[in-house]
Design a protein around this ligand. Sequence first.
Ligand code: TYD
Ligand code: MG
Length: 459
Amino acid sequence: MAKSTARWVCSECGATTGGWYGKCSQCGAWNSIEQRDERPTPTDRVVLTASGTAPVPATSTAATEEAPRVACGIGEIDRVLGGGLVPGSVVLVGGPPGIGKSTLLLQVGASLARTHGAVLYVSGEESVAQVGSRAQRLEAAHDRLLLLAETRCDRALDAARDLAVAGELAAVIIDSIQTVYTDSTEGLPGNVGQIRACAAQLVSFAKLHGVPVVLVGHVTKDGQLAGPRVLEHLVDAVLSFEGDEERALRLLRASKNRFGSTLELGVFEMTSVGLREIANPSAAFLAERPADAAGSCITASLEGSRPLLLEVQALLAQAYGPARRNCVGVDPARLAMLLAVLDRHAELHVLDHDVFVNVAGGMRLFEPAADLAVLLAVASSHLRRPLPAGLIALGEVGLAGEVRQAPRTDLRLAEAQRLGFTAAIVSDGTEVARTGASRKPGLTLHRVRTVAQALAAAF
Ligand code: TYD
Ligand code: MG
């Protein structure tokens, strides 16, 4: 190979370097620098519009918020997408192997085939017979759900183009981006150049024909998308499908969304007949809550526009040696602050204890409005006294021991009432608390200014 045509490229992020290094200086990946033959990738250029490059006045284009949507018909997915798939957009659905990505997209494909038109489901991993029999089992088989076992991106696009030109195509699903390849680029499927080139071709196709394309992407053990970062920049939305292997619960979140919020959350359960939407996740998260146990407090968190009731659990034990803090679903720095506040402002001497905090159901609680619930769960474990049944706690805790209001307390209280909660500890400053506007009979509000008052109200 002539020296001038070789270059060194990171297979993780696509950065180029002057030679081989053990660690990529751009993304920090180890052993990812590979030698490549210098050859331009014509497919790296993305065609954005069918109308060419003539400038247009901004007023003549529709606002992205008003982009028409192709609703998948599966409420939990449409919610995360911001109302459905946007024609011409490319959505990447990432998740670890076995989480249910293929199942989810087969169900999406079937739903779109029923309501919108032909859906081309390209599988690079399984045979048509395998995907077909799964579709039968999930009752997702439909005349317009077209299965294609293909790893050549160009062939898949030929099939898609024929359908699009005939005006029948509602969506294309590529399962997965790591298994397709194109002859226009060197290397094996899944390497950085291949993923980038195939994704660019698929993006061009989507924009040109105004058809939504959904890409499945595998993520590695540490949660990174396997493949170049550049993939995340090429697509319009990145959704991640997460969940616990031991649990049937699956969560769909957007980490990027050019056409909607990234705060919404979709909740599913994996069953023997595929994924089932959980329209009432609060009830699901509270289902296994032990009655009358010390160290448990319920709060209402907000995921996008949706309030979710979650249980914070805490366990304190006398530390032998340096006190340990173990957090699952809670920020450790936030916990350390709350422990210091309890020690200073509530005379609860928890600092010399090992503290374990967990959010039940594998959920995460990173909003400050959950502070009071974490603090009360810790206090409850320390005092070995359960909190009253039917109580939720809302509010941010400050360093001076003050309790501040949780945003959209009204939405959170309404969800609590819907699930039968009868009392809430909220900040005295809360609009709802002062006006009593959204107070309904059957919900007692304890308005507190300080952590000490909150403890007095709770115990
Ligand atoms: P799959 O969709 O193949 O995961 P991915 O594409 O993310 O790798 O789903 C894999 C798991 O889901 C598999 O271990 C079995 C389970 N599963 C069910 O429990 N019920 C079902 O109806 C289906 C289709 C799969
Ligand atoms: Mg799969």
